[in-house]
Design a protein around this ligand. Structure first.
Ligand SMILES: [Zn+2]
Length: 313
């Protein structure tokens, strides 16, 4: 997980994102401050290895949560973390098994899930993702919520294989189901379900324990986030281990609580907007107040989350 200090630092950035600066300030040559900040954090990031079930583990601590499936067909890695964490991630991968790195799957295009793509590809991994992930990584992208523009990813970081709706892979005795969500956190989101291990990686459609970032600049929206949670809940059973993009590994019960919180906040904000209230007025009314202590301490603070919901209802 990103450190608390880091969350607080970026939280103020997200809050400030309400007032957008003109695009001319987003020179492509200048790296986005948030990218610089995450790469810096990645240098010293401690990677925690969490054995989940069967041959599936989670590596937590650099960018989004990484999952790894080991076996004779080579390691299958879900998301690549920050590039600056290469030494620690390599060590954690070596600690799991001696299988070579062969397959990398990106859950979506965001930098905190794809920044390590280039070195993993260099280490031998083919990169698979939804076709929209390839499109977005191939061209400069703006994320209004963090006031940042990202240059196109280097050639070695671009997915080498893409799909549109779903793809099934048979690797290491496991059946992996890769399925595209309708636009939710972005328009590039997929889930990966390890059927035998009964482990489901749902990436940034779930921030476990925090209000989620919804990237409207990449096609995301609050109703899509709710629909994605509903879809994940249909895939998950009572014993399914569910990996969020950020936060602790969880289960169906926790995901259900998150989904219900999203629905309640969406409905409260929509009712106020329907009365003709402006975004500032709705934020001032604190419609998410009863959830703020539990969910509002992350990258997206209560005001930022209310604004994100307002934007989509
Ligand atoms: Zn994301």
């Amino acid at each position: 997980m990103i450190s608390r200090r880091h969350f607080l630092a970026t939280g103020s950035l997200a809050a400030a994102a309400v007032a957008l600066r003109p695009r001319t300030l987003f020179a492509q040559e200048t790296l986005a401050p948030i990218l610089v900040q995450f790469r810096k954090a990645g240098i010293d990031a401690k990677i925690q290895t969490q054995a989940l079930r069967g041959k599936v583990s989670a590596l937590i601590g650099s960018g989004g949560n990484i999952a790894v499936l080991t076996g004779a067909d080579g390691k299958v890695i879900i998301d690549s973390g920050m590039s600056t964490s290469k030494p620690q991630i390599s060590e954690a991968l070596a600690g799991l098994s001696g299988d070579p790195v062969k397959h990398l799957i990106n859950t979506h295009w965001h930098f905190d899930h794809t920044d390590g793509n280039e070195w993993m590809h260099g280490a031998g991994a083919a990169i698979m993702a939804h076709e929209n992930t390839k499109k977005r990584l191939s061209t400069p992208q703006t994320m209004e919520i963090v006031q940042a523009t990202f240059p196109a990813a280097p050639a070695g970081a671009i997915p080498t294989e893409t799909f549109t709706e779903k793809k099934t892979l048979h690797l290491n005795g496991e059946e992996l189901h890769l399925v595209h969500y309708a636009p939710a956190h972005t328009d590039t989101d997929i889930y990966i379900y390890f059927e035998k291990a009964d482990v489901l990686h749902i990436a940034d459609t779930w921030f476990n324990g925090n209000y989620p970032l919804i990237d409207y600049s990449s096609g995301g929206n609050i109703n899509g986030m709710i629909a994605a949670a509903d879809r994940s809940l249909k895939v998950a059973g009572a014993k399914t281990i569910i990996i969020p993009g950020h936060g602790n590994v969880g289960d169906k019960e926790q995901l259900t609580k998150y989904r219900d919180m999203l629905v309640d906040c969406r409905d409260s904000v929509a009712a106020l907007k329907k009365q003709g209230k402006t975004k500032d007025e709705v934020v001032a009314a604190k419609p998410t107040a009863k959830y703020d202590a539990a969910w509002g301490g992350g990258l997206i603070n209560p005001a930022a989350f209310t604004g994100l919901v307002y934007q989509g209802v």
